[in-house]
Write a protein that binds this ligand. Structure first.
Ligand SMILES: Cc1cc2nc3c(=O)[nH]c(=O)nc-3n(C[C@H](O)[C@H](O)[C@H](O)COP(=O)(O)OP(=O)(O)OC[C@H]3O[C@@H](n4cnc5c(N)ncnc54)[C@H](O)[C@@H]3O)c2cc1C
Length: 455
């Protein structure tokens, strides 16, 4: 086989980003994918879920149209049409991505690959040898011991993407990002939804104030949840499933979604045999995504960093540039923006109050309520922007709740990553009336000169 500069195993966000950037830098690349180019994010993750959430938003707009003086009626969901819309979005992006890979002269190989030596991947009986091997095999939806996913009554997000009807009732096991997004979708589609979460809060990795606001908003929307209580068992019956918790409570529903996290795809792929250091299936890497074996790299959900598509993109680009000798800067993972795209959205960048205190910062906090923001009133959304700052120092974290606040992260991440303080941001004039004005107002208030804020 021809000699390549790098062979990449897995064509998801991490793998294809690495391939595109490496090819752009003049390297000879082979990209191996056993399923569809684009991976989880494009086919089973970010894109389909956000299309479903948007369909839910349209349904809610129809339901609440009278509040805006519009005479319309919500009738029902047509899941065949919803899926056609969602699949149309995926298909267009998939075609675009395939064209991009082709145009960069990347050798694309379809098939299941295995690492057979420290510089060789075998696929379909063919061996691809390269100076560098990038492992990017991603992750899968986990379940709990004794909880068998059948794809019909007990499902994971992989199955939930393809529902052909709206279930009357759903239990969502896991109140993390994926669980809360599906709870939001199904409530909008008209199902009765109950979330079961073992931790004390929904989206427990977020600042506690964001979790509490999401819980308040979900309660208002009629989404039920049980917090701080562990799953014990699930029994299928004629009507669906009964879930019992360790505290003795039990719940019945037509469908159970298991959303208890994702594990790395690393079994049986030759990683251990080649001596790559791993922990619970995750590949361990340094700040440049290098494994302990020279010439072998790993990116994306396969390594124990944030399981987000844009983190995979960033790591893939980092590895390509490092291989090309550009010596790129390591990623600051605190500076990665995070969004839960439920209604309302939860978005953040930087440190939570608890994390900032744990790091020894003298913390100041500022809560700007969206009640004071004109656009938020027009949209009829509630929520806030919370700033966590170092006393007389930079902004350490920005935490937001409300419809569409994910769009405000573009500015929030610049503020955090450029280590701006309140006085740097306060003089910047924000367009009126936009939600982004709330970002300006929060910093005005933190700088001691609140405009549309009490106190
Ligand atoms: C329901 C859901 C919603 C999500 N929403 C978001 C979101 O809104 N925003 C966000 O940033 N992230 C989101 N994510 C996370 C995001 O999808 C992942 O972080 C991202 O896809 C990880 O990219 P990756 O390249 O590491 O892995 P993957 O995308 O999983 O790609 C790995 C690829 O490797 C291939 N592969 C595996 N083994 C082999 C083999 N032996 N040979 C050849 N190919 C192989 C697989 O087929 C796959 O295509 C979501 C995930 C889910 C499940």
């Amino acid at each position: 086989m021809a000699n390549f500069d790098l062979v990449i195993l897995g064509g998801g966000s991490g793998g294809y980003a690495c391939a595109l950037r490496a090819a752009q830098l003049g390297l000879q690349v082979v990209l191996i994918e056993k399923d569809k180019l684009g991976g989880t994010c494009l086919h089973r993750g970010c894109i389909p879920t956000k299309a479903l959430l948007h369909a839910g938003e349209v349904a809610d707009s129809a339901r609440h149209s009278a509040e805006f003086g519009v005479k319309a009626e919500f009738h029902s969901m047509d899941m065949v049409a919803v899926n056609a819309y969602k699949d149309g979005v995926i298909s267009k992006l998939h075609k675009g991505l395939q064209g991009l890979v082709k145009s960069r002269n990347i050798t694309y190989v379809e098939g299941s690959g295995k690492l057979v030596s420290r510089d060789t991947v075998e696929v379909n009986g063919q061996r691809f040898n390269a100076k560098n091997v990038v492992l990017a095999t991603g992750s899968y939806a986990k379940s709990l011991p004794g909880l068998e996913v059948d794809g019909k009554t007990i499902v994971t997000s992989d199955h939930a993407m393809h529902m052909t009807h709206v279930p009357k009732s759903v239990i969502v096991l896991g109140g993390g990002v994926i669980g809360c997004e599906f709870a939001s979708v199904w409530k909008s589609f008209g199902a009765e939804v109950t979330i079961i979460e073992a931790l004390p809060h929904l989206v427990a990795l977020e600042d506690e104030s964001s979790s509490k606001q999401l819980e308040r908003a979900f309660r208002k929307r009629g989404i039920n949840f049980e917090l701080g209580t562990k799953f014990k068992s699930a029994t299928k019956n004629a009507k669906g499933v009964t879930v019992t918790l360790e505290d003795g409570k039990s719940f019945d529903a037509e469908l159970l979604l298991v959303a208890v996290g994702r594990g790395p795809v690393s079994q049986g792929l030759g990683y251990e045999e080649q001596g790559i250091k791993m922990d619970r299936g995750y590949i361990l890497v340094d700040e440049k995504c290098r494994t302990n074996i020279p010439g072998i790299w790993a990116v994306g959900d396969l390594i124990p960093t944030l399981q987000l598509a844009h983190v995979g993109f960033g790591e893939g680009i980092l590895v390509a540039e490092e291989i090309a000798g550009l010596n790129p800067r390591a990623i600051n993972y605190d500076g990665v923006p995070r969004v839960t795209y439920s209604e309302p959205e939860v978005a953040s960048v930087g440190l939570t109050t608890a994390a900032a205190k744990a790091k020894g910062y003298e913390v100041v906090e500022l809560n700007y309520d969206l009640a004071g923001n004109g656009k938020a009133q027009i949209l009829k959304t509630a929520g806030s922007i919370k700033l966590v700052g170092e006393k007389n120092g930079p902004v350490l974290g920005i935490h937001m709740v409300g419809s569409r606040v994910g769009e405000l992260l573009a500015e929030a991440q610049l503020i955090f990553n450029w280590q701006a303080d309140a006085n740097d941001v306060a003089p910047l004039i924000h367009a009126h009336p936009t939600l982004s004005e709330a970002m300006g107002e929060a910093h005005l208030a933190l700088a001691g000169k609140p405009l549309h804020a009490h106190g």
